[in-house]
Design a protein around this ligand. Sequence first.
Ligand code: UDP
Ligand code: MG
Length: 316
Amino acid sequence: MEKMSLIIPCYNEEQSVTILYNEIDRVSRELPGYELEMLFVDDGSKDDTLKIVKSFAVRDPRVKYLSFSRNFGKEAAMYAGFCNASGSLVAVMDADMQDPPSLLPKMVKILESGQWDSVATRRVTRRGEPPVRSFFARMFYKVINKITDIEIVDGARDFRLMKRSMADAIVKMGEYNRFSKGIYGWVGFRTYWLPYKNVERAAGETKWNFWKLLLYSIDGIVSFSQMPLSVASFGGIALTVLSLLFVVFLVLRKLIFGDPVAGWASLACLITFIGGIQLFCMGIIGQYLAKTYLEVKGRPHYIIADTNDPDAKKVM
Ligand code: UDP
Ligand code: MG
């Protein structure tokens, strides 16, 4: 029998894990050909998430849990899942039912057709999301698709089902600054896009705020594009040319009209303008430097403090 691993990152999800577990249990009966493995990755929850997951594990041998020593973030949790999933099919899904397990049988069918290596989901509506967040999300996808070579689909979720070969490739992508949507695109493989309507959280609340999302989007851009660095260099060149032209203009004006000393205001404006641009460009370089710094240190992505899997890779 083939094995299917479900990776479920959980951070303070005590209100939704039970709903999710019951739903997966129900859906598993529609997948008789597969042996299920549920990998609950507890990302340092401060509530009773781990306790609840442990209670599933006591009565259900299909449940494995990996509990982090602190909150490492969703990306680290997904990576821990990939490193420890043993199925020939691997799926990632949120704990809050926004990635409906009921789609799994359909996704499995698509993979079984043999034409595809992975089934990705894409929500076609952003119902239930604050309009400001939707607006910035759309902008982000426009920008990142313009400046990177990989395609990142607007509305793409992290919810995916993939074959072993793709999961292995993702484990090999050991970068510290992880941006899964980019990683999925980078490794390639034949991907089927399954559209579905946005579902609201079953319970609890979102762990993301505007600031976290902004930082995450910078992560995404810096991880997959060198375009900002080019913009900084070309901006510098353009400004240099412009200032040379300005010098020529000033000299000519002096020769033709004499020099009525004026223009303190314009000078002050120019200085602050150029100072601003310089700082901005240094900021861009700083972003890349900071990411490089973290990569070079080679710190582990996650540390597992508690698990029921004796073979778990505890520090990766
Ligand atoms: N999550 C996590 N670590 C974190 C933040 C979130 O493992 O630091 C998990 C969370 O428990 C959920 C998934 O990531 O299963 C998506 O989080 P959330 O629903 O808050 O994000 P949204 O759906 O609002 O984008
Ligand atoms: Mg959610």
